[in-house]
Design a protein around this ligand. Sequence first.
Ligand SMILES: Cc1ncc(COP(=O)(O)O)c(C=O)c1O
Length: 402
Amino acid sequence: MSTLAIDGGKRVFPEGFTFEGWPPVYPETADKMKELYLSHAWSYNGKYEKQFCKDFANYHDAEYGVFMVNGTVTIECALAALGVGPGDEVIVPSWTWLATGTAVVFLGATPVFVDGEADTFCMDPAAFEAAITPRTKAVVPVHLFGSMADMDRIVEIARKHDIKIVEDCAHAHGGKWNGKGVGSLGDIGSFSFQQSKIMTSGEGGICITSDEKYRELCYRRKHIGNPGFPYRVTPTPSPIDYLCHNYRGTEFQALILQDQLAHLKEDTKLRMDNVAYLRAGLEQIPGIGTQKPGRCATEQSYYVFGITVEPEVLKEGKTKADVIKALNAEGAVEVFAGWGATTYKQTLWNISEKHYRVESFEVVENIIKNKIILLDIRWLMDRKNIDMLLEAFRKVMKEYSK
Ligand SMILES: Cc1ncc(COP(=O)(O)O)c(C=O)c1O
C-alpha cells in the first residue's frame, strides 16, 4: 500500500489542484466593462440592471427581479415585503449560513431553527410542520450546497397554515424543481452573488417574484422607499413604519451577471455530469456517501458537493477531520469541513437565546459533527481533478478504514 502524503509519501496530486480560478472571466465582458465605465452611467437601475433583473427572473420562471447589494439583505427585504416584523416567528433550517437567521433578527422577528433531512440535508418538512405556532409568519427553506428542499411538501404545509415562503437560493442558481425554477416555487426567492457563488459579481443579490405587490415592496425597501426610477417628483409614500434602506447594486455588477447568465445552463449541465461521475466513484468506497440531490430536481445546481464519511468504518482514533487533513496533504486542497456547526453555534452567531428558538437539530448536527466533507465549486468544473480526487479518497480511506 502506498504511504499517505501526510506520513511522508508521494502526493496523489503531484502539482496540486489545477484550475484557472474562480469565477470564470469572459473577454467580451471586459470590453463592455470599459465601455460602461466611460459611459458615466454606473447606477440607478440602468440598462444592464433592468435587463438582468428581467432575464434572471424569467430564467427561474418568475416575472420580476429586484437587484441588491448582497444575499443577506435580499432575505431581509423579502421577509419585510411579506409582512414579517416584531413578534413574528420565521422557521429556518438549523443547517445554513448565518444570514438566513440574522435576516429574521434584523426585522425584530424570531428565527425558529428546525432539523434537516438525512439524505438532502435540507429542511425536513415534518420538522417544519412540528415547529408551527400561531406566531409563525414565514418559512425560509434553503436549497443547501447541491440539493433542494422538498418544495412540494413545504408549499403544501405553508399554504395550509397561511405561512409565507421565502426560498433561500444562495446556493442554487439555475436549479429547477419539476422543471420550474428555484425561487419561484414560494412567494419570493432570494439569491446571493457573493464571490464564491455559482454566479457572482463579487457581491450582490436579487429577489425574484411573480407578485407585483411584493416586487414593489422589495424595491421600495432597497431604494430608500421610492417605488421607482427615475426619481419621481412626488413618489407615493411607503407604508408607515416600513423602514427602507439604500441596498442598491451597480451597473457593473449587473453587467458581469448578465454575461454569466448566458453560461448558466451549460455550466449547470457540466456540474451535473461531473457530479454524477464523482458520485458513482465515491459510492464504490466503503463508508463514503453523498448528499442526495433534490427529490424532484430536473436541473440540480451544485454550489459545493456534500460527501459523508461514516465514523463506524474509520479506525480507532480517526475522525472525518483526519480524513480531510490527509486529503489536503495529498494535494486535494479546498476539501473542507464547511461551517462546522449548526447556524446558532457558529462562531460568528453572537445573538442571545432570547432572540431565537431551536426546535430540532439532531439529524443535521450529527452529519455536521461526524460526517460531512465539502468539495469546493471549482472541482465540479473539471473532470481531470475529479479523477485525482477519487484516487486520493480511495488511498486515504484504504489506510484509515478498519
Ligand atoms: C445559504 C446562504 N444564504 C444567504 C447567504 C448570504 O449571502 P451574502 O453573502 O451575499 O450576503 C449565504 C452566503 O454565503 C448563504 O450561503
